[in-house]
Design a protein around this ligand. Structure first.
Ligand code: ZN
Length: 384
């Protein structure tokens, strides 16, 4: 791993028990995951880490070398009398990943990344009011451009889209893009000729924070605040998906009604008083526009309190340990974040609320792209 490489976090717990016929693929993923997280290792190291036999590990490593995913890297001497062992490692240069972020309402953002999540090339395509099929065409063109720009073969394309996305990468609904029941992953796999993985943008950011950032897997929620408000939740080492693939959609929980001191505003979803109507970036900017610093702080704190009220039952139901906010620091990191934490603590059992951390996420604005790269590592290699 180069000195500039990101620190790699822990592996997500597999949510499905491996069946005998899947054992080989499962073992292959374990070997790749060990090399991904531990770095260069001997075959004996891999056998120790995975619990697989030396023979099984040697077989799998030979196959991975033949595929070009793993290379031999010289010899390490273990102890004074130990036999020299050949080190093997993931050939991070063998493949690159293309990632796309469809969160912004004015442009599509895409990048070529290394297998360690480092950004190599970044490109954007302005939406200019496009919707529906026209967005698909623009997306195909940008993705094809990035696949061409990659210096190595592309392992896959990862796409983070707003909206409700099922496990096959079908967009159930993404009203902002004018997409309904759109088999995006299948369609783009055919058009681009490389495997394409699609997931919700908030879930993708949560995966990025978990794999490359510092989020703990025991109970974390990443609240993404941009044009809309969404959240991705990792509990007991697995992403929470939910019955309708819509887990984490807290943006459309009602926080203001006719009884509230504030007038409930109209929401894009057609209802009134949703969390998104006060917490989205445009709503926050409108709220603080023209205010002096003291009034601005008070206005942000009042929104933070509403966020805390919406989060308290979620924190309690799932016993979350930390909540990460992702979005513009100048709006979120301060009175808003503090008021949200106070509100959660005031409304939950001390055993839960007092131990809760509420902080800004550690990935930057390209964190969704990093998460989209994890979709590909996970989908193609079983590595997260
Ligand atoms: Zn709404």
């Amino acid at each position: 791993m180069s000195s500039g490489a990101r620190r790699i976090g822990r592996a997500l717990r597999p949510t499905v028990k491996a069946l005998p016929e899947h054992a080989r693929a499962h073992n292959r993923s374990m070997v790749l995951a060990t090399l991904f997280h531990d770095g260069n290792s001997s075959r004996a190291d891999i056998a120790r880490s995975t619990g697989l036999t030396r023979v099984t590990v040697s077989d799998l490593v030979s196959d991975l070398i033949a595929e070009g995913l793993v290379t031999e890297l010289g010899v390490k001497v273990e102890g004074k009398v130990g036999k020299p062992a050949t080190l093997v490692g993931l050939d991070a240069k063998a493949f690159e990943i293309v990632a796309l972020d469809l969160t912004d309402d004015s442009e599509l953002v895409g990048a070529v990344l290394t297998m360690h999540g480092e950004l190599v090339t970044r490109r954007t395509a302005p939406l200019e009011g496009r919707r529906g099929d026209d967005v698909v065409e623009l997306l195909v063109a940008l993705a094809a451009d990035l696949v061409d720009a990659a210096a190595s073969p592309v392992l896959g394309v990862g796409i983070a889209s707003p909206g409700v996305i099922d496990q096959d990468g079908r967009v159930v609904q993404a009203p902002n893009l004018g997409w309904y029941d759109l088999p995006l992953a299948t369609l783009l796999t055919e058009r681009l000729g490389v495997p394409v993985h699609v997931a919700n943008d908030a879930n993708t950011r949560a995966l990025g924070e978990f794999t490359y950032g510092e989020a703990a897997g025991s109970g974390s929620m990443v609240v993404t605040i941009g044009q809309g408000v969404g959240a991705g939740i990792v509990v007991d080492g697995a992403l929470v998906v939910g019955k309708h693939h819509a887990a984490g959609e807290i943006g459309h929980v009602t926080v203001l009604d006719d009884e509230s001191a504030q007038e409930p505003g109209a929401c894009a979803c057609g209802r009134r008083g949703c969390l998104e109507t006060v917490l989205s970036v445009p709503a926050l900017r409108a709220r603080v526009a023209g205010l002096d610093p003291q009034d601005s702080d008070a206005a942000l704190a009042s929104v933070g309190r509403l966020l805390g009220i919406a989060l308290a039952p979620v924190v309690s139901a799932l016993d979350l340990g930390e909540i990460l906010l992702s979005g513009p620091r100048e709006l979120l990191d301060g009175p808003l974040l503090e008021a949200a934490l106070d509100a959660v603590r005031a409304r939950t059992m001390p055993v839960i609320g007092q131990g809760l951390t509420l902080r800004m996420g550690s990935l930057d604005e390209d964190g969704v792209l990093t998460g989209a790269a994890v979709l590909v590592l996970s989908g193609q290699l079983g590595v997260t």
